[in-house]
Design a protein around this ligand. Structure first.
Ligand SMILES: [Mg+2]
Length: 322
C-alpha cells in the first residue's frame, strides 16, 4: 500500500486509533557524527566516556568482529541469527558485568550531554503526550539510561513506555548484570515477544518500566501503528497489524545498497542529517483531519505550547528497580 493511502486510513480512523513504536539508538539519536565516527549510543557511550577498561574494549571488539557479520548476513535463517545474537549479547553483558560500573555512572553520562537527541524529538514526544498517543520506546540498548535521559529532558510522560535491557545493581550500587530474563537484541526486538514474557511471568517489571499487562490490553484496540527505526531489523518490532506506517532514518554513509533496502522496507525514509520534523508534520496531518478536531497547523502549535507550559505536570516515574 502506498504511503498516501496509509495516511488516509490513519486520518479517517483518527488519532485515538494510533500507537507509536520507536527504536531509540540511531532513531531518537543521530547515527553518525561524520563519515568515520558514529554518535554515541546507549551502550557505546560508557566505553567512549572511559567508564570501561581496555579488557572490556578489546573483548567487545572481538565479539563485534565475530558476530556482526552474522547480524548483517541476510542469507542466515531467523532462528540461526537469533541464536547467534543471543550468544553475542550474553557474552557482551557478561563482559560488562566484570567492569566496575555503578548506578551513578548512568546519571554522570547524561549530565555530560554525551547522548544527543535529533531535532524535533522532544516536541514529538510532547505532542504524543498531548494527543494521548501511547509511545513505546523499544531498545536493545540500556533502558536505565534511556529512562534517566527522558527524565532529564522532562519528557518521561505517562504515555511513554520503555521496553529495554535493565541493569541490575547490588546493594552498593554496582552493576551486576541484567534484570530481564531475556536479553533484548536486534533479532528479538518484536512486540510479540512481550506476550511470551507475560505468559511466563506476572513480573513484567523484568523488562518493562512502569507498565503492566492491563495497559497493553487497554491499547489493543489501537490498530494503526507508526513505527520508527534506523535499521531494517526495526521493521520487525511490530508486524501483526495491518496498518503500519514505517519510518526509517538512514545515513548516506551506509551506501546506495542500504538505501535501496530501506526504500523497500520503509514507507518513509529520512536522512540521518534530519530530525523528527517530517514525522511531526505527519502527525499534524492526521490530527488536523481528525473528525473530533479542526485545528490548523499554527493553532496546533499554539495549543501544544500552551498545554506544555500550563497543563503538563511533570511527573517523575519512579523506576521500581532502584
Ligand atoms: Mg537503532
Amino acid at each position: 500500500m502506498e504511503l498516501k493511502d496509509k495516511i488516509n486510513i490513519f486520518k479517517n480512523e483518527g488519532i485515538e486509533k494510533i500507537k507509536i513504536i520507536s527504536d531509540f539508538d540511531g532513531t531518537f539519536t543521530k547515527q553518525y557524527k561524520n563519515k568515520d565516527t558514529r554518535e554515541n549510543n546507549s551502550v557505546s557511550v560508557f566505553r567512549n566516556e572511559n567508564y570501561l577498561s581496555e579488557v572490556y574494549s578489546n573483548g567487545a571488539k572481538k565479539l563485534f568482529e565475530k558476530y556482526n557479520k552474522y547480524e548483517r548476513d541476510s542469507s542466515l535463517s531467523k532462528g540461526k541469527k537469533t541464536k547467534l545474537m543471543e550468544q553475542w549479547w550474553t557474552e557482551h553483558w557478561a563482559l560488562m558485568q566484570k567492569e566496575n560500573m555503578n548506578e551513578s555512572n548512568v546519571l554522570e553520562v547524561i549530565s555530560k550531554k554525551q547522548i544527543k537527541l535529533r531535532s524535533g524529538v522532544e516536541k514529538f514526544v510532547k505532542i504524543s503526550n498531548r494527543l494521548k498517543i501511547p509511545l513505546f520506546i523499544f531498545s536493545s540498548g540500556t533502558g536505565n539510561l534511556i529512562e534517566e535521559y527522558l527524565i532529564s529532558k522532562q519528557i518521561n510522560f505517562s504515555n511513554v513506555k520503555i521496553i529495554s535491557n535493565l541493569w541490575k545493581f547490588d546493594e552498593k550500587g554496582k552493576f551486576i548484570g541484567l534484570r530481564n530474563k531475556y536479553i533484548i537484541h536486534s533479532q528479538n526486538k518484536d512486540v510479540s515477544l512481550l506476550q511470551k514474557w507475560f505468559s511466563e511471568s506476572n513480573n513484567n517489571s523484568e523488562c518493562l518500566i512502569d507498565t503492566n499487562i492491563s495497559y497493553f490490553d487497554s491499547i489493543k484496540k489501537k490498530k494503526n501503528v507508526i513505527l520508527i527505526g534506523d535499521s531494517v531489523h526495526d521493521v520487525r518490532m511490530c508486524q501483526k497489524y495491518d496498518n503500519i506506517i514505517k519510518i526509517g532514518f538512514i545515513s548516506k554513509h551506509l551506501g546506495k545498497d542500504k538505501k535501496k533496502e530501506f526504500d523497500e522496507q520503509f514507507d518513509l525514509v529520512i536522512d540521518d542529517e534530519k530530525g523528527f520534523e517530517k514525522i511531526i508534520k505527519l502527525l499534524n496531518e492526521i490530527y488536523s483531519n481528525d473528525k473530533k478536531s479542526s485545528f490548523g497547523f499554527s493553532l496546533f502549535n499554539k495549543l501544544l505550547k500552551k498545554k506544555v507550559e500550563n497543563e503538563f505536570k511533570f511527573e517523575k516515574i519512579v523506576p521500581n528497580y532502584f
